[in-house]
Unconditional design. Structure first.
Ligand SMILES: [Zn+2]
Length: 326
């Protein structure tokens, strides 16, 4: 991958705690689509009317439900009367009832990170599934579906979660351990500044039974760790795995084999000032490909900082980037 310097404003949440926050959300005992919903809602990428206006899809961001305010994630999931009625019926919020949350992330951050004494993890799971049901019914209503009563919505959501958890317990005996097939993968990482000068390069051999997307995800992880070692804060991280980039850009849900790793990559990316993920076609990755191939012949890891590995010099005169090879 290439890590290119760039400047932009970072996240307001403390990066050192974000990992714990995302792990807590990701460890919820609930269906994958519900956790994915929570992730999207926290990152404020749900198509709320506010976001659709920002994307110039709609011109009016007024909440359909109460018509009293802009439909932001904070309004939809917290301050709108519909949300208030549902939360009040659920008795999930007790002492936190007086809080004002500006966004879904604020709300979840509060219950997971601030009010832990009050919030069992199972209550966080309930909160998320109810928020998901609220969002789903809101979408049904926008498509001329039926608006559920608060009671029906709440009950339906909690029963759905119960049914899922009961089913997980039943199937819960550990999977047969799978004998890992021994495979090697090489990972190549290049870091260049905005002018294209090489800042650092790294080759690493991975001894793991990795599929293509797992190896790419590991390459991204190494890239992030390498950038952290070099104290680079703003960069574009490129990969030639379109599937992985789509997942990192939140355009598609992660395949379950890499979901946990992807969520931790996203958490890690929040600890930098700004990371953009972008896709680069196979032609763009020759130097990184050479680094990855080099990795297969080394003991474990080679790193170059402010020097160019000789086998790369020619390739670097062309353009860019990263990959794994096996
Ligand atoms: Zn409203």
């Amino acid at each position: 991958m290439e890590l290119r310097s760039d400047t932009r404003v970072g996240s307001e949440y403390d990066g050192s705690h974000l990992g714990r926050f995302w792990r807590s959300i990701w460890s919820c005992n609930s269906p994958h689509k519900i956790r994915h919903f929570a992730w999207r809602a926290c990152r404020d990428v749900l198509p709320t009317k506010e976001n659709l206006v920002k994307r110039k899809v709609l011109s009016d961001s007024c909440c359909d439900e109460c018509k009293l305010a802009e439909e932001t994630s904070g309004h939809l999931f917290w301050s709108c009367q519909r949300a208030r009625d549902i939360w009040s019926l659920s008795s999930l919020f007790q002492e936190s009832w007086v809080q004002l949350f500006g966004s879904f992330m604020d709300m979840l951050w509060y219950v997971v990170m601030v009010a832990q004494w009050e919030w069992e993890h199972s209550d966080v799971e309930k909160l998320i599934v109810v928020a998901w049901a609220l969002w789903s019914n809101r979408n049904e209503c926008r498509n001329r579906g039926v608006k559920k009563s608060c009671q029906a919505l709440l009950q339906g959501a909690l029963e759905y979660l119960d049914a899922y958890q009961a089913c997980v317990v039943e199937l819960g005996n550990p999977k047969q351990p799978v004998e890992p097939e021994h495979r090697l993968a090489g990972v190549g990482i290049l870091i260049r500044d905005a002018e294209g000068h090489l800042i650092g390069a790294c080759s690493k051999k991975l001894e793991a039974p990795l599929g293509a997307i797992e190896a790419e995800a590991k390459a991204v992880e190494l890239g992030l760790l390498f950038a952290r070692d070099l104290s680079i804060q703003d960069f574009t991280l490129e990969s030639d795995s379109l599937m992985l980039i789509n997942v990192l850009q939140d355009l598609s849900p992660p395949p379950s084999s890499v979901a946990a790793l992807v969520y931790s990559l996203v958490a890690m990316s929040h600890s930098f000032r700004c990371v953009d993920f972008s896709y680069v076609g196979c032609n763009g990755n020759r130097p990184a490909h050479l680094l990855a191939r080099h990795a297969l012949g080394i003991a474990e890891l080679s790193v170059w900082v402010e020097e160019t590995p000789c086998f790369l010099e020619q390739a670097l005169k062309q353009d860019v980037v990263a990959t794994f090879i096996d």
